[in-house]
Design a protein around this ligand. Structure first.
Ligand SMILES: Cc1ncc(COP(=O)(O)O)c(C=O)c1O
Length: 472
């Protein structure tokens, strides 16, 4: 029997799916498979729903790529803000002491918002999360050169962390497939342990003891490499693409103590968690992180325009400032950094979040979301349920008692996702963890609908799995 229960017959000639197969190279996709099957082409959206070219409806339970906070429907205010900006000033840059006014407004707003987590001094704009993290790496290197510490350059990230795909950020990402045959990671990047208690906690070890072990392991890595050579640690408050891994109790308190002791900067990668995803403005607030640098993208503009930002503390800024004075320039800049149309969209998005009280809504709807997730805890295939705010995951296992995973070749998670797709709900597998990250504007009814469709898909997967295990 095929390991793929929902086989696609191949795209209809001249359909978007067929043209997609002919002309388009996707990211994170098996290109051979796309050539044969074509892609899933979306033609319109409405709230949390998207529609394919046959007008079939799907509830996108991952907000696209963890980003479409306001869903996929028409937002007239955002359209108006973009049009107004294009009429007034469709482009200006941020080199050589110049800036579009709207970009300045956005910088001011972000510095203000960031202070909820940690005092930040300046915002620098980029076009993607990857670019923001690459920029942060360069800032950190420049900062340590400014301070006369040329040896303090190594960067620590985490196994299963995700920070992007560019040469620097892809090196930080702790997923083997992002490195394999791309000749990554670059030198001077190290990955410390993944703090996933369910998977890596030892028998009899408490969550707090596990967190202590994680901090000890970080300390050991720092000692091995030499504390004077370690510049920074990058970390997501909740590890998204690693499978929605929430930190164990006391983890951040213990990790930050180690970083502080060795004067190692903490970069909070808020690309997924930022802008209310975890039930606070910032993931850093939810978990007590006090970063020196914050990177953000995605929900910054509700994904309606590409824009990202790096926010830096006064201390980091002063290093950059003084060194740029000495060298004559902070010689880093991107043509579209702080692009006025993207900035106008982001600024309007932020106003909409505030006026529609989206944070209150997330807090009101999160208990429904988490209760729906938890309702799967007793399911025979579900090993762990994890989540916070409006982000969560169910980890499917072969044996609930021992946490043993299914043989990866069975593709249980990916198959469940394919079946869920047929049931009209789009989700993301990370191996056998099924990730949920619905648009922040979802109503209670839509959250329940997402899980209703998922439940039907899980039941079908269970039947398919029985047949697989009998056949094996
Ligand atoms: C935490 C995190 N950081 C960085 C990135 C990279 O962002 P981008 O895809 O915009 O380059 C992502 C993307 O998913 C992410 O989840």
């Amino acid at each position: 029997m095929s390991s793929q229960p929902s086989s696609q017959p191949g795209p209809k000639p001249n359909s978007f799916a067929a043209r997609d197969a002919a002309y388009h190279l996707h990211g994170y996709t098996n290109a051979l498979k796309t050539e044969k099957e074509g892609g899933f082409v979306v033609v319109r959206g409405d709230g949390p729903f998207v529609y394919d070219e046959n007008d079939k409806e799907y509830l996108d339970g991952l907000s696209g790529l963890w980003c479409a906070a306001l869903g996929f429907g028409k937002e007239q205010r955002i359209i108006d803000a973009a049009v107004r900006q294009m009429e007034n000033l469709p482009y200006y840059h941020t080199f050589s002491q110049k800036a579009p006014a709207v970009t300045v407004e956005l910088a001011e707003r972000l510095v203000e918002l960031a202070s909820l987590a940690a005092p930040m001094s300046k915002a620098y704009f980029c076009n993607s999360g990857s670019e923001a993290n690459d920029t942060a790496i360069k800032m950190i290197w420049y900062f340590n050169n400014a301070l006369g510490r040329p040896e303090k350059k190594k960067i620590i990230a985490r196994v299963k962390g995700y920070h992007g795909v560019t040469v620097g950020s892809g090196s930080l990402t702790g997923l083997p497939l992002v490195h394999k045959d791309f000749d990554l990671p670059i030198k001077n990047v190290f990955h410390t342990d993944c703090p996933h208690y369910y998977r890596f906690g030892k028998a009899g070890e408490s969550e707090e003891d596990f967190a202590t072990r994680m901090a000890e392991s970080l300390e050991a890595l720092i000692q091995r490499e030499g504390p004077d050579t370690i510049a920074a640690m990058f970390a997501e408050p909740v590890m998204g693409a690693g499978g929605v891994l929430t930190p164990p109790k006391t983890y951040w308190e213990k990790i930050q103590k180690v970083l502080k002791k060795h004067d190692i900067l903490l970069v909070a990668d808020e690309v997924i968690c930022g802008f209310m995803r975890t039930g606070n403005q910032w993931g850093s607030q939810t978990f007590g992180m006090k970063p020196d640098i914050m990177t953000m993208a995605k929900q910054l503009s509700a994904a309606q325009m590409p824009i990202a930002a790096v926010l830096i503390s006064q201390r980091v800024y002063e290093g950059l400032r003084d060194h740029s004075g000495k060298l004559g320039s902070w010689a880093h800049g991107i043509t579209y950094s702080g692009h006025p149309v993207a900035a106008a969209v982001a600024l309007e998005t932020q106003k909409i979040y505030a006026e529609r009280k989206i944070l209150d809504h997330v807090r009101a709807i999160s208990p429904v979301f988490l209760a729906e997730l938890k309702s799967f805890a007793d399911h025979p295939l579900v090993g762990e349920v994890r989540g916070v705010g409006l982000i969560g995951a169910l980890e499917l296992v072969k044996d609930k008692k021992t946490h043993e995973s299914f043989d990866a070749s069975l593709g249980v998670g990916p198959n469940l996702i394919r079946i869920a797709h047929d049931h009209g709900v789009i989700l993301r597998p990370v191996a056998d963890s099924i990730c949920f990250c619905p648009p922040l504007i979802c109503t209670e009814g839509q959250i329940r609908e997402m899980f209703k469709r998922f439940r039907a898909a899980l039941a079908e997967t269970q039947e398919w799995l029985k047949s697989q295990l009998v056949a094996a």
